[in-house]
Ligand binder design. Structure first.
Ligand SMILES: Cc1cc2nc3c(=O)[nH]c(=O)nc-3n(C[C@H](O)[C@H](O)[C@H](O)COP(=O)(O)OP(=O)(O)OC[C@H]3O[C@@H](n4cnc5c(N)ncnc54)[C@H](O)[C@@H]3O)c2cc1C
Length: 540
């Protein structure tokens, strides 16, 4: 066997993903933790001293590529020579997603797994050609959008195939069509959130999908994972915005969704929303868009405790008062926000529980939505904190992931998980998950917020901070297993918006039953008979 090779950034033949391979976002925006926070970590979690730094890019060891020269030649014939590479510097940044276990593995000095080659197709014909030759040569294909998966959705698994390629979709980056009469836009799957919004804003429109990973994730990734943005109360989840999809499968192309509503049998778009690269490659999405909002209003609130806050959010959502953003931190998260405010530029916190509301629309719409929400919240026990904390939250909302990198470097493990359930089950769900996490990781700090609301229920988003300690990967895996089991036992979903990937696959049978799994397997066998598409993800 060939020796492991070194993956220096120099030597990349392809444009690199914008994020560093072992950290979030733009390295220039990362900040060291303040002395105050380090003191707090030492006092609360026993975190002392910085973690051993990981290797520099040119010190990372990768397992050697298994792609053959003949495979590379065939791939180059399909997409052009300048769009294929087996260089380690191109493989390393596509080696996985951005969960905390991903980042810990990237910091390892042991040899790491990576796709055997990277391919950048430019259009549907090229994608179809790549899938055909990969099926013939038994090469696995992992579609790669923004690389922000937190569930192992991009793990370079080969299954029983000979090699695996990363199919980086960044070249599918066009606004194909804007139908202003209907309020629909057709956009390329490889566009990142900011690139899509910039193209729409030039014409006075907005999509309004703002997940925390907005700056780097792509439209194809949002569709393939059923993503949910922080403005979901007003604009809906990403899957609710999708009017149509184009998908290239190994056995043909699908163009789905031809009218605003249809009774023509089961909705096949639903098969591909959340399909996580296992059934086909999404190349373009037709999305509901709206004119850029004329007016925005912000207001933050203090609630005496999480139960009162949760009831207040339920009242607002069930009354349909029309908030664009509404979220509630529990007592612990509210307290930690206060300590972190300076670090991430987030909302200054308060006693009790902080809630944030934002309203968008025309001046009249905003005035009405704001008034109705305000009346409902006040009646439910909220106290107004004015607009400043809500504006501060909005300003800092994409910065929190940098904090995770700084915490890791300082010797603290920080990871998140999420779920959803009906309102009546929410209190017991929160207790069960918190207990599972603190039992598995004694002394850990568990923070929680309500991140998305529906008339019948809500999603809970947990953040866990603990000392990194010995073997953090194994300790986190045990905690994640305990939390997943608690979620399933509580009758909640294993994921509200992070998707399934490799990490949640063990709970898919609990989620949809044996028959449900057989249906997914049957669809996969029909669309991907050689089993090349993203092995080891989603379908047990
Ligand atoms: C710090 C952080 C914050 C996050 N915040 C949120 C949040 O607020 N809300 C939320 O919903 N998620 C969030 N996520 C998760 C992640 O950003 C989403 O799952 C996102 O939708 C992934 O998009 P991507 O383009 O990065 O896809 P990738 O990570 O590249 O891929 C994700 C999965 O989709 C498949 N895929 C990607 N593109 C295509 C395509 N065109 N066709 C077929 N399959 C494809 C991949 O094979 C993979 O299985 C967060 C992640 C991080 C790291």
């Amino acid at each position: 066997m060939a020796p492991e090779t070194q993956a220096g950034a120099a030597g990349a033949a392809l444009p690199l993903p914008p994020m560093k391979w072992d950290a979030w976002g733009d390295p220039a925006l990362a900040k060291d933790l303040s002395a105050d926070i380090k003191g707090l970590l030492a006092a609360a979690l026993g975190v002392t001293g910085d973690a051993t730094p990981g290797p520099a890019a040119d010190e990372v060891l990768l397992h050697p590529s298994r792609i053959t020269a003949d495979d590379l030649k065939a791939l180059a014939a399909a997409v052009g020579e300048t769009n294929v590479s087996a260089a380690d510097a191109d493989r390393l940044p596509r080696a996985g997603g951005k969960s905390t276990p991903d980042l810990l593995r990237r910091r390892s000095r042991a040899p790491q797994d990576a796709p055997d080659a990277v391919v950048l197709p430019g259009d549907e014909q090229e994608i179809a050609a790549v899938l055909a030759l990969c099926a013939e040569r038994r090469i696995a294909v992992v579609p790669f959008g923004g690389g922000t998966s937190v569930v192992g959705g991009l793990d370079p698994e080969r299954g029983d195939l000979t090699a695996v390629i990363s199919l980086d979709l960044r070249r599918l980056d066009r606004l194909h069509e804007l139908d202003e009469t209907s309020g629909e836009a057709v956009l390329g799957a490889g566009l990142t959130g900011p690139a899509a919004e910039a193209l729409l804003a030039e014409r006075g429109y907005e999509l309004g999908h703002y997940p925390q990973s907005f700056r780097y994730a792509t439209l194809g990734g949002f569709a393939a994972t059923r993503s949910s943005g922080q403005d979901s109360a007003g604009h809906g989840r990403f899957d609710e915005m999708v009017r149509g999809l184009r998908v290239v499968t190994p056995v043909g192309v699908l163009d789905l969704g031809r009218a605003p509503a249809s009774a023509a049998g089961p909705d096949l778009r639903e098969l591909f929303l959340g399909s996580e690269g296992t059934l086909g490659v999404i190349t373009a999405v037709r999305l509901r868009v709206h004119p850029l909002p004329a007016v925005k209003a912000h207001e933050a609130w203090s609630l005496p405790d999480f139960a009162t806050g949760s009831a207040a959010l339920r009242a607002v959502e069930q009354a349909g008062t029309g908030a664009t953003v509404i979220r509630l931190s529990d007592e612990a998260e509210t307290m930690v926000n206060l300590a972190m405010t300076e670090q991430i530029g987030g909302a200054p916190a308060v006693t009790g529980c902080l809630a944030v509301t934002v309203f968008e629309g025309t001046a009249e719409q905003v005035a009405t939505r704001h008034r109705l929400t305000r009346d409902t919240l006040l009646a439910a026990g909220a106290t107004s904190l004015g607009e400043a904390p809500a504006r501060a939250w909005e300003h800092g909302r994409f910065n929190a992931p940098y904090l995770r990198d700084s915490l890791l470097s300082a010797g603290a493990l920080c990871e998140t998980l999420e779920t959803a359930a009906s309102w009546s089950r929410l209190p017991s769900l929160r207790t069960a998950v918190t207990e599972a996490l603190t039992t598995a990781l004694p002394g850990a700090l568990v923070l929680c917020h309500i991140s998305h609301v529906y008339p019948t229920g809500a999603s809970l988003y947990f953040t866990v901070v603990a000392a990194l300690g010995e073997d953090p990967l194994t300790r986190w895996a045990a905690a994640k297993r305990a939390a997943g089991d608690a979620i399933v036992a509580a009758g909640a979903t294993i994921t509200h918006h992070h998707a399934v990937g490799a990490d949640h696959r063990p709970w898919m049978t609990d989620e949809i039953g044996e028959l449900g799994v057989r249906i997914l397997r049957a669809v996969k066998a029909e669309l991907d008979p050689a089993g090349i598409l993203n092995p080891g993800k989603l379908i047990p």
